[in-house]
Ligand binder design. Structure first.
Ligand code: OOG
Ligand code: MG
Length: 264
């Protein structure tokens, strides 16, 4: 993927997004000032943010696929899946209290997460290769937080903002992929005891392992690969749901148990 913006513009845009991420103060979407910005420019900004995050002493723990379900594409008005990186300092313990004062406008998503035991790479990665390289799957809640005002963006801007990545919580019961059918796993999302989302894992590109294969293909375009031991979230099954202090979320999955988180 070849960016069209020069290095100075990429660094300037990374400064803008980084400042918004660290201060939780929203900014206008990047394409307002850089209408020529495309997908490759978005990933160039994201890669620069990742380099800076690692330079601040944090560890890359994995990656996330986003905009991989119809519900998410319709909700956000973007119909191309994307990827983002996950760092050690974004992880939160199961059932813990997640602060909201350092986030702009958090939303939660329920996802199937994969943990890999072999590396995956290349432009032709398949569902079968992903399944063979998977150590286990487990349920996860992703807390996304667009740094753009009104949670409004386009593909290039959201990619530059690392796919709205903010926090994540994994839990439940790890299962081997051979023991379950990842197309038909049911999932119920509850907020404060009420059902706010219902779906099945196949909502994610037909099979969540296909979302991981898509992610590996994008990584290969960035000259990267997915190392063994990566934690990968495959994308929200339903629409994302806004949360505020006092809310609690439980995601209950067929076969995979449940995972929960609350907000303060
Ligand atoms: C982009 C991130 C989407 C998912 O699971 O679809 C995402 C956004 O909607 O802000 O993480
Ligand atoms: Mg997500």
């Amino acid at each position: 993927m070849k960016p069209t913006l020069n290095r100075d513009d990429i660094a300037r845009l990374a400064d803008r997004v980084e400042a918004a991420q660290l201060s939780a103060k929203p900014i206008q979407k990047l394409t307002d000032d850089y209408p020529q910005m495309g997908l490759a420019d978005g990933y160039a900004v994201q890669s620069e943010l990742r380099r800076r995050w690692i330079a601040r002493g944090h560890r890359l723990v994995g990656w996330k696929a986003g905009l991989t379900s119809k519900a998410k594409m319709v909700q956000m008005g973007v119909d191309v899946p994307s990827i983002g990186f996950l760092m050690s300092d974004m992880a939160r313990a199961e059932n813990s209290a997640v602060r909201t004062d350092d986030l702009v406008h958090p939303r939660v998503e329920c996802e199937v997460a994969f943990v890999t035991k072999a590396s995956l790479s290349g432009p032709h990665c398949t569902r079968e290769q992903v399944l063979a390289a998977t150590d286990f799957v487990l349920p996860a809640i992703e807390i996304i937080d667009s740094r753009f005002s009104g949670f409004k963006f386009d593909l290039a801007s959201v990619v530059a903002d690392n796919g709205s990545s903010a926090r994540f919580v994994a839990g439940g019961r790890p299962r081997a992929v051979g023991d379950i059918d990842l197309r038909t796993l049911g999932m119920v999302m509850e907020k404060n005891g009420e059902i706010v989302g219902l779906g099945a894992s196949g909502a994610v590109l037909g099979h969540p392992a296909d979302a991981v294969a898509m992610l590996v293909k994008v990584l290969s375009e960035l000259d990267e690969e997915l190392p063994a031991g990566s934690f990968v979230m495959s994308g929200g099954i339903t629409e994302a749901v806004a949360v505020k202090p006092g809310d609690s979320i439980v995601a209950r999955y067929q076969e995979l148990g449940s995972v929960s988180v609350r907000f303060i």
